[in-house]
Structure formats: C-alpha cells, structure tokens
Design a binder for this molecule. Structure first.
Ligand SMILES: C[C@H](OP(=O)(O)OC[C@@H](O)[C@@H](O)[C@@H](O)CN1c2cc(O)ccc2Cc2c1[nH]c(=O)[nH]c2=O)C(=O)N[C@@H](CCC(=O)N[C@@H](CCC(=O)O)C(=O)O)C(=O)O
Ligand SMILES: CCCCCC(=O)CC
Length: 332
C-alpha cells in the first residue's frame, strides 16, 4: 500500500515575525495541515524586511499553542554553532513534553548560519562527515541507558547522560540535496528531507539514492517518508504571485551552498538577479486551489510523500485558507 501523503505548513521564521508565524501555525492547524516546520537560521535568506528568530524557542510556543500538528525544524545543522549533544537534549525535552508531536530535521548547514558565529566554513564533504558523527552522538544520547563516553573526530562525550527523555526516539529527517547527501539520508536518517528540485531529478536521482542508502543499511525504505520543502505563492494576479516568491530566490543560486556567503545583504543581491522563469520552474505559482493541486500532484508523482509548504503569498491568510480546498484532494 502507498504511504499516505502528508501536507505540512512551513512557518518561516526568516520571512515572518515569530508571533506572526505562530498565528499562521494555529490557522494552518485549523485548516487541516498535518505538520508545521520552521527554518532554523541565524542569518536569513534575504535582508530587506527579514527576521531570524531562534527556532527552538519558537517551537516550544508553537507546540503549546496547537493541539494536534506534528512540529519539526526544517532544518537544524548540529555540527558547528550548535553542539550535537545540546540538539539531542533540546528535542528530547520537547518530545517528552509533547509526545508524538516533535521531530527534528538535520543537515550539513549553510554559511549564513554558521560563519557569523564561528568564522569557520569547512567543505561540503567534511560537513557531511561531521553531520554523520553528530547524528551518532545524538542517537547515543537518546538511546543511552547509561552515561556515554565517546571520542570522535569532531565531538567528545564524557559520561554524558540525558536525564529528560521521551518514551520513544525523536524521528530524524536527514536532508539530502545532492546524490551523496540523499544516500547518507537513507543510511542515517529515519526519513528523507529534501528541497524543491526538478521532479525528474527527485525521481531518478535523489529518491533512488535515498532508497539505496536505506536498503544498504538494512532498513525498509517503503516505511520511510520522502519530505520536501517547497515554496508557493497564490494570488488571483499571476505576476503578483510570482514576485511574492522573491524572498526565497537566493535558494536557487547553487553557489550559496558551496561558498562562504553569509551576509544576507549579499545573498539578497544574488536573489534579486533571479528571473521569473526560474522561480516559476522551481517553486509553485498558483492563482487558485486547482493550480496548487496540480503542482502538488506533479511532485507526488515524483515520489514525494510529505510536503513542507512555504507560504510566500502576497496575502498570507489567503495562502493558508486556500488549503481547505486543496488538502482533501491531495491526500490519497
Ligand atoms: C550541498 C549539497 O549537500 P547535501 O548534504 O546534499 O545537502 C546540504 C543541505 O542539506 C544543507 O545545506 C542544509 O543545511 C540546508 N537546509 C535545508 C535543507 C533542506 O533539504 C530543507 C530545508 C533546509 C533549510 C535549512 C537548511 N540549513 C540550515 O542550516 N537551516 C535551514 O533552515 C550537495 O550538493 N551535495 C552533493 C555533493 C556536493 C559536493 O561535495 N561538492 C564538492 C565538489 C565535488 C566535486 O565536484 O568533486 C564541493 O562543493 O566541494 C552531494 O552529492 O551530496
Ligand atoms: C535550496 C534551498 C535549501 C533550503 C534553504 C533554507 O535554508 C530555507 C529555509
């Protein structure tokens, strides 16, 4: 049997003030979204009118303000500005307080979040290596019945013990954008997290690598979600809808992931050079619910089972309420 499609709302702490993101979260729960996801950033992907609230502080408030939705970061980088043991402690605490409702998504990081507070920016392969070791640290602490002592290449634990634990492990989504990242996601994650990409790349490269990584490590990939962050903008005026996505255009510039670009003003300069065609191709632009249903179906056909939908619509409330007419059609 196919896995049930889940529809999540990405409440951006870079684009919206934390209290506004909280109001959106409550509204999204009432409309019927299954999950809520928050970006975990230090600097944002745009400078003008941007925010950048601390994600874990916000998650506590969001969990208390809602009753049902699953809430996770999208995503947390546990290798530099955060120590992985503290990431493990934070999410264990939240999941004990809100059983079954808390997850964490993990990835190898972005310069804008790590460089401003550490000054360091290792290569992609090294950061992937650090991420794998960081996950090992987190899992040892989550599962540990006794204090853990560990000396790794990057992290050390000395009789470390988590006194506050949930009854079950925190579900861990592993972000893989490239083929190697996707393989690591299958091997070390409970589920895949990825970002908007050409559906044929998702279907023929990202997901097969994820499945291989999972199968090689003895897991059943059919039980693992394939989650994806994608931004959408809905407005009766199509051109206005496209321009609504400008805040996120910098994510379409590959150099941002490799090079040490960490000043949001500089990211914004790159973002402002991205054309409408590129935003249309990579994100979801819609004038109504019907357009959104078609867009979601396109990515479902590529194998995505959990959507983290970033609302960049000119009218934010319209961008949430339209899902009353979308969700019943896209759930299997
Ligand atoms: C850059 C690619 O690496 P990969 O490990 O696949 O993905 C990295 C991302 O997961 C992180 O950057 C992640 O932190 C970004 N992110 C995020 C990701 C996501 O899926 C959903 C939401 C978010 C939001 C978010 C993120 N980060 C945060 O800190 N906070 C957030 O809120 C990649 O392309 N990997 C390739 C290999 C690339 C490589 O190694 N290149 C070499 C050269 C290789 C060669 O040519 O020989 C190089 O660049 O030096 C791969 O295959 O994995
Ligand atoms: C290609 C986009 C990756 C996601 C970047 C991000 O940090 C969004 C919150």
């Amino acid at each position: 049997m196919d896995m049930e499609t889940k529809v999540g709302y990405f409440a951006s702490l870079e684009q919206y003030k934390p209290r506004d993101a909280l109001e959106q979260t409550v509204r999204a729960e009432n409309v019927g979204f299954d999950s809520v996801w928050a970006d975990d950033h230090f600097h944002p992907w745009y400078h003008t009118n941007a925010q950048s609230a601390q994600a874990w502080a916000w998650m506590g408030a969001a969990l208390e303000a809602t009753k049902r939705v699953f809430i996770s970061t999208c995503i947390t980088c546990p290798i530099m500005r955060y120590n992985p043991a503290i990431v493990a402690q934070t999410f264990a605490t939240l999941r004990q307080m809100y059983p079954g409702r808390v997850g964490v998504a993990i990835g190898a990081g972005e310069a804008m979040n790590e460089v401003p507070v550490t000054g360091e920016w290792p290569s992609v392969p090294e950061r992937q290596d650090m991420t794998v070791e960081a996950i090992g640290v987190m899992r040892q602490l989550w599962g540990g019945q006794e204090p853990v002592t560990f000396k790794g290449k990057y992290y050390t634990l000395d009789k470390a013990f988590l006194y506050t634990k949930p009854d079950d492990e925190v579900p861990l989504y592993f972000s893989g954008m490239g083929p190697k990242g996707a393989r690591l996601a299958g091997k070390y994650g409970d589920h895949l997290m990825t970002v908007a990409a050409d559906p044929s790349v998702l279907k023929n490269v990202t997901i097969p690598n994820f499945v291989k990584g999972a199968a090689d490590s003895g897991k059943d990939p059919s039980k693992m979600e394939r989650a994806m962050l994608i931004w959408y903008s809905v407005d009766p005026d199509y051109e206005k809808a496209i321009e609504g996505l400008r805040f996120w255009a910098g994510c379409l510039v590959p150099a941002m992931f490799k090079y040490k670009v960490y000043d949001s003003k500089e990211v914004e300069v790159h973002a402002n050079l991205v054309g409408h065609d590129m935003m249309k191709e990579n994100y979801m632009v819609a004038t109504d619910a019907e357009d959104l249903i078609k867009e979601i179906e396109r990515f479902k056909a590529a194998g995505i089972t959990h959507f983290c939908l970033g609302n960049s619509s000119p009218d934010v409330n319209l961008g949430i309420d339209v899902f009353k007419d979308v969700i019943p059609h896209v759930k299997n």
